[in-house]
Design a protein around this ligand. Structure first.
Ligand SMILES: [Zn+2]
Length: 243
């Protein structure tokens, strides 16, 4: 469906829109990033006010139902001993360095890596969103319909994945890009958690992959104000605010 909705948009929820080359006649997908129990108040990696994005997202999808061709929910989906869990790195600081060989395999006691091809900085987090646990479930307050596409990420135990498109090393892609192309999508409205990590990295990947990219700030919350502000500044520097 092609409409000009985003050109005349006055939705009060939208505080900031990141976009590139808006033509206003686009096939639009609403992307809802990681609105899961682990990231909500009471969760193991709770984002402050994370629950407040839910009515905003539900409102966007209901108010603009006719204009949104596809709704995608991403789902952080980790092994119980995931590389990003601080519990797996006793005594380490909040940030560690990880090395990978050219195939994207982690260099560790099981893989000595004659040649390191990639070094990644890994922030360590509390255990969260473990596969098939209530922590990984979507909030029951989030509107979720059978036609929604669910894209899981972070299920490689040795590589984290902030972006819903590909992991932090760019080693493996999820199915998201292919599914969006199949549906003829060329513009993404990005919402969810957290603004400074998975939303930010998904928006950057979206732009890299050529989608017109919009981030609805009021439908996101950051882990910290500082990193949230930095992410917004970076996103703004890479796009123009139009409409
Ligand atoms: Zn995670």
């Amino acid at each position: 469906m092609q409409r000009n909705i985003w050109c005349g948009l006055k939705l009060s929820a939208i505080i900031f829109i990141l976009l590139l080359d808006l033509t206003c006649t686009r096939q639009i997908a609403l992307l809802i990033i990681d609105v899961q129990n682990c990231f909500l108040p009471g969760g193991s990696l709770a984002v402050t006010e994370g629950d407040q994005v839910i009515p905003v997202i539900n409102n966007i999808r209901s108010e603009y139902k006719a204009d949104i061709s596809l709704v995608v929910l991403s789902q952080d989906w980790h092994c119980s001993d995931h590389i990003s869990f601080a519990s797996q790195h006793k005594g380490a600081g909040q940030v560690i360095q990880l090395s990978y060989d050219k195939s994207g395999s982690l260099c560790d006691e099981n893989n000595s890596c004659t040649e390191v091809a990639y070094n990644l900085t890994q922030h360590l987090w509390p255990d969260h969103c473990v596969i098939n646990t209530p922590s990984a479930n979507f909030s029951h307050n989030l509107t979720h319909e059978p036609s929604d596409l669910v894209v899981r990420k972070g299920y490689n135990c040795k590589v984290d994945s902030y972006s819903a498109f590909y992991d932090n090393g760019g080693f493996r892609h999820t199915e998201l890009h292919d599914k969006l192309k199949e549906a003829g999508i060329d513009a993404l409205i990005i919402t969810g958690l957290a603004r400074d990590y998975c939303v930010y990295y998904t928006a950057m990947a979206s732009k890299t992959l050529g989608y017109e990219t919009y981030v609805v700030l009021d439908a996101t919350r950051p882990v910290t104000k500082e990193t949230g502000d930095s992410a917004v500044a970076d996103m703004k520097s890479k796009g123009n605010i139009k409409c």
